[in-house]
Design a binder for this molecule. Structure first.
Ligand SMILES: [Cu+2]
Length: 429
């Protein structure tokens, strides 16, 4: 089918009360039929017809609201995987599964066998820039819509840059000329583009194009200001494109670069709005009504529930320094980013690298479309939980782990209770 100007509202959901501008889209008719075929072809087609609350999940989560926050959050994610396990086996077991179970589930993608998981590995940060002169840097993005696991027991059609949420971390140097080449995958249903907050120019680059499926566009910009910036799709309705996963970070290094640290990580927070309640089973449907009412069902670090607990926990060793590049794709919720059991030795608020960092900070506030950089030294081993300290959101999926391995440091942290031979309270080795 040829590309044409199509009303997204009709394609995407015919009974919307709200109207928004038409957008150039190809293969519009294919989309309606594809959704049906897609479900019918799925091995889980029966379950897909009527997503339902996973039995026992609500109870499990309530029962876990005891003990330390770290134990609660950790158990919560384990419980989620346990529900999926019982759903698949019919055994009804609520035993805590191993992390490898989560990996296996997320790796099974019946509709896109070549794609295993949309979560971006937080360790995927390009190395620091060592050159001392400006250069021309090419950024290649492909917008890909892909159905993948949202939780261990549900799937969702994510909209992505390069197949991951968040999209790939970009690293340039102030003064660089950045060439952006964006291709929209031919199997997309919608038009997409990109707005880099690091751009000085209309729309951050989004005003220059909105390619339909199989189309491309490109632009260039000069990186004038150092800092950590969000990028996102800006095709209307922009909030929907962001909610479905179209966001990432670009770091513009200052001339002198950043201080050296042992580990750098890339973490982004987002909301997902589904018609079905949190914890439902099957292929979930996006909800425009909940989106405009800002009533998210899921909140996630790096794309899906469990991404930074089951799948890609951050890992470091005692004595190492850690830097986290943190951003909020949103589209709507401001984050109170906190790492339970750590203090940020330095916090570059709002991603500013020309303003001196705050020192010794517990929690940073990061608005949608904003960022923050935090640095700290890992003094003691253990499991440290990444959260938005608006902690109700942890019950909707928003948690990650930093696993620090190494020698205990009792001068800094130790129990005062004598408990020879007893396991540690949260089950860590
Ligand atoms: Cu988009």
């Amino acid at each position: 089918m040829a590309c044409g100007l199509v009303d997204q509202k009709q394609i995407w959901k015919s009974d919307h009360r709200v109207s928004y501008r038409s957008t150039k889209v190809c293969k519009g008719d294919k989309q309606m039929t594809r959704q049906k075929n897609h479900d019918a072809n799925s091995p889980e087609a029966g379950a897909d017809e009527a997503p339902q609350q996973a039995q026992g999940q609500g109870l499990s989560r309530r029962n876990l609201l005891v003990g330390s926050a770290g134990a609660t959050l950790g158990s919560m994610v384990g419980a989620s995987a346990a529900v999926a396990q019982s759903d698949q086996s019919g055994a009804g077991s609520h035993m805590r599964p191993t992390a490898s179970l989560g990996n296996r589930i997320y790796s099974a993608n019946p509709t896109h066998p070549g794609m295993t998981d949309i979560s971006e590995n937080p360790a995927n940060v390009p190395p620091p820039i060592t050159r001392t002169e400006p250069a021309t840097v090419r950024i290649q993005l492909e917008t890909i819509e892909i159905e993948a696991h949202l939780d261990t027991n549900s799937r969702f059609r994510f909209w992505t840059f390069n197949g991951t949420v968040p999209g790939p971390f970009q690293r340039v140097r102030v003064g660089d000329t950045v060439e952006v080449y964006l291709k929209n995958n031919e199997d997309s249903w919608f038009a997409h583009n990109v707005d880099f907050h690091a751009v000085t120019g209309p729309g951050g680059g989004a005003s220059l194009g909105a390619p339909g499926p199989g189309e491309s566009y490109s632009f260039k910009f000069k990186a004038l200001n150092p800092g950590l910036y969000v990028y996102h799709c800006a095709v209307a309705p922009v909030a929907l494109h962001i909610a479905n996963g179209m966001y990432g970070l670009i770091l513009v290094e200052p001339e002198e670069g950043l201080t050296s640290v042992d580990r750098e990580f890339y973490v982004m927070q987002g909301e997902i709005y589904t018609e079905e309640p949190f914890g439902s089973v099957g292929v979930l449907t996006e909800s425009y009504d909940k989106l405009i009412d800002e009533r998210a069902e899921y909140l996630v670090f790096n794309g899906h529930v469990g991404a930074l607990t089951d799948h890609y926990p951050l890992q470091a060793k005692v004595g190492e320094t850690v830097r986290i590049y943190f951003g909020v794709g949103g589209p709507n919720y401001t984050s109170a980013f906190h790492v339970i059991g750590e203090i940020f030795d330095k916090a570059y608020l709002h991603g500013s690298l020309v303003t001196p960092p705050l020192e010794s900070v517990q929690t940073i506030v990061v608005p949608p479309g904003g960022s923050g950089i935090v640095e700290f030294k890992c003094e003691v081993p253990g499991r440290f939980v990444l959260v938005d300290h608006a902690l109700s959101r942890a019950e909707r999926g928003l948690a990650g782990y930093l696993i620090v391995e190494g020698e205990e440091n009792p001068d800094i942290f130790s129990s005062l209770d004598e408990a020879p031979g007893a396991a540690s309270p949260d089950g860590q080795e």
